[in-house]
Design a binder for this molecule. Structure first.
Ligand SMILES: C[S@@+](CC[C@H](N)C(=O)[O-])C[C@H]1O[C@@H](n2cnc3c(N)ncnc32)[C@H](O)[C@@H]1O
Length: 297
């Protein structure tokens, strides 16, 4: 990472803004991905639908906001890049725009500012202690409750930036990326009430790592995802085994996550002709959970 005199937050934001700006006309590339991601969200919409939060909404090329606005009263778009959210909103009809609420810039890892605090130098051993504070920072910037929350391929993006922060220190990179997974899963489960669902949509591997762009038509993508999971060929943070392990090991998540169900994966060929294997995972919040201080949630 070469941040120069920029703060890490500003550097990461600038990188994302550049990517979103470069991809602003790429809507057509996202068509199939948009259909699948939108259908995955609508398939878990609760009765009456209510308020939806979309984390990492960016340009919203992967979201059919018209279809989502027909189902939800309010749609809250969250991203580190305010300009991308403005573009996403600007493309919508006035009726859809009236339902949109933008929250930006929000660093959904909650870590970008904390890790460059020179009074508390970050090391692999101290990162876990930042998770509570980072999750609180994210949640403090968002309304407290939604009827459904969906993460829109932002998990790997955040962990990429943290890997860049820790360049040359693989142990620190892994610790930071794992902390971001915990913060993100906490965010998803904290923003929905007991009994409700949250949806993690994430890219799991790209064609730069495994030739998912050369699969025979009709390939069993679920079988492929399972094989790549076993062989640890997926992005480590987005590996479903890692997500499930985090749900079990993090006390906040263990107390709140009732189930984590993997849905049918799909392929998405995006910018720079890279193809991604993407999967949805439905997290259901337990009916009743107990706060870490022992009181009911
Ligand atoms: C792969 S894109 C998702 C595609 C996006 N939904 C779209 O259609 O344009 C990832 C999005 O995550 C956002 N992002 C990356 N890191 C973030 C962070 N730490 N906090 C919040 N948003 C972040 C980027 O700005 C980008 O809009």
């Amino acid at each position: 990472m070469s941040a120069g005199r920029l703060s890490f937050f500003a550097w990461a934001q600038q990188e994302e803004q550049r990517g979103n700006r470069d991809g602003r006309e790429d809507g057509a590339l996202y068509a199939q991905h948009r259909i699948r991601a939108t259908a995955a969200i609508l398939s878990v919409a609760p009765p009456g639908s209510g308020r939806l939060a979309l984390l990492g909404a960016g340009n919203a090329h992967d979201l059919d906001l018209t279809a989502l606005a027909a189902a939800f009263e309010e749609i809250h778009l969250v991203d580190i890049d305010p300009a991308a959210l403005a573009r996403a909103s600007g493309r919508q009809s006035p009726a859809v725009q009236r339902k949109l609420h933008a929250h930006a810039p929000v660093d959904l890892s909650g870590l970008y500012q904390a890790i460059e605090d020179r009074r508390r130098p970050v090391s692999p051993g101290t990162v876990t202690a930042l998770v509570d504070e980072a999750a609180a920072r994210v949640l403090g910037q968002l309304p407290p409750r939604f009827d459904l929350v969906a993460s829109c391929c932002v998990l790997t993006q955040m962990t990429w930036a943290l890997g860049a922060f820790a360049e040359g220190d693989p142990a620190l990179a892994v610790a930071l990326q794992q902390a971001a997974v915990a913060v993100h899963l906490r965010t998803l489960l904290a923003l929905v009430p007991p009994g409700r669902r949250a949806l993690l949509i994430t890219d799991a591997v790209s064609s730069s790592v495994y030739p998912v762009d050369q699969l025979e038509p009709g390939t069993d993508l679920r079988g492929l995802l399972d094989r790549l999971t076993e062989q640890s060929l997926l992005f480590q943070t987005a590996n479903p085994v890692n997500v499930r392990r985090t749900l079990r090991r993090d006390p906040f998540l263990l107390a709140r996550c009732g189930s984590a169900e993997l849905g049918e994966p799909w392929l998405w060929t995006g910018p720079r002709t890279l193809t991604y294997l993407v999967y949805p995972m439905v997290l259901t919040r337990k009916e009743a959970s107990v706060r870490l201080d022992g009181r009911p949630d």
